[in-house]
Design a protein around this ligand. Structure first.
Ligand code: PBG
Length: 326
């Protein structure tokens, strides 16, 4: 007897019933940029379709995303003033702190606000930590990161996301939050963050390119995958509540390696370069942007991610609503 497997090709409804991967707009996080000033709603040249807001306008942007079905946001600050110690990161009237207050005032609990905690946007040298003897100094940076997390929590952050890849960040931040009355604020750690050319458009957008050297001493070498698992498990031991792997598409293997090892949520970050490539190819009429966006997002969830941080969050939420993916 000839044995044949049935492919799920007979009906659209059968294919939909049998999907292995399901997505929901609840799993999407939309990154947003806030700079100093008033009345600013300006397009980001390196990231077509993305916007830079000021603290008084960002709530309008959040409102539009909420309309589209996106509930969670990742905030990045772009300060006017940068200095050696990244003061703006942890000052009470820092640009992110102002944005948090204004969004929370308008939307309260209906907008879930995650803040990126790093010094690179705030330091004059553009590195993610303090510079001592021309090198990034891990340990003296930790108290400043903890201070930044506490200051974000005070201003209304629901969760903090340390992205600087300094060793011991999660433990330092957890201790700082706990002793300041913010034990309920979870930490989503960028545990596996590769030193990647895919962050190029973001660094243009945030003005955070390092002024000397590169980030290879603290971000990961893309030749390695076991190192990612090690960093993830250290962050979990230190108290991370969820972890981020980034970039997304070039790290699908890392996501699927991590999946069986990790029992907390895994977020993948589809970064600026991934977004910009799709935008550029679409502008040149080389690809179908909508189809590529849908396929890439599903691939990330199929690999094992629970959460997707993406500049396409609003369009994806609409695609889910329309049943293009789901
Ligand atoms: C800050 C940070 C970066 C990104 C997220 N947080 C830049 C970097 O590490 O150089 C990149 C995000 C993106 O490219 O979309 N450390």
């Amino acid at each position: 007897m000839e044995i044949r497997t049935r492919r799920l090709r007979s009906s659209d409804l059968l294919r939909r019933m049998s999907r292995e991967t399901r997505v929901s707009a609840d799993a999407l996080v939309y990154p947003m940029f806030v700079r100093e000033g008033k009345g600013v709603i300006e397009p980001l040249p390196s990231m077509e379709g993305q916007t830079r807001y000021s603290p008084d306008t960002i709530a309008a942007g959040v409102g539009a995303a909420l309309e589209a079905g996106v509930n969670s946001f990742l905030l990045f600050g772009i300060p006017e003033h940068k200095d050696e110690a990244g003061l703006g990161a942890y000052s009470d009237d820092g640009v992110v702190q102002q944005a948090l207050r204004s969004i929370k005032q308008q939307f309260g609990k209906s907008a879930y606000l995650i803040t990126d905690v790093c010094l690179c946007e705030y330091t004059s040298h553009g590195h993610c930590g303090l510079i001592v003897d021309e090198d990034v100094d891990n340990d003296s940076t930790l108290p400043l990161l903890a201070k930044t997390a506490v200051s974000h929590a005070e201003a209304g952050a629901d969760m903090v996301a340390p992205s600087g890849m300094m060793d011991g960040t999660v433990a330092a931040m957890r201790a700082g939050l706990d002793t300041s009355g913010w034990a309920n604020v979870p930490i989503m750690s960028y545990s596996a963050k590769y030193a990647s050319a895919f962050y190029g458009p973001f660094r243009d957008a945030a003005g955070s390119a390092p002024q000397f050297g590169d980030r290879k001493s603290y971000q990961m070498d893309y030749h390695n995958s076991r190192e990612a698992l090690k960093r993830i498990s250290i962050d979990i031991m230190e108290g991370a509540d969820s972890i981020i792997i980034k970039p997304a598409l070039s790290c699908l293997d890392i996501i699927s390696l991590a999946r069986p090892e990790v029992d907390i949520p895994i977020a993948a970050y589809a970064v600026s370069g991934e977004y910009a490539m799709v935008k550029a190819a679409a502008a040149a009429d080389l690809i179908n942007e909508h189809a590529i966006m849908c396929e890439s997002a599903i691939a990330v969830f199929r690999a094992g991610a629970d959460i997707l941080i993406t500049y396409y969050a609003q369009e994806l939420a609409r695609a889910i609503k329309h049943g293009d993916i789901g």
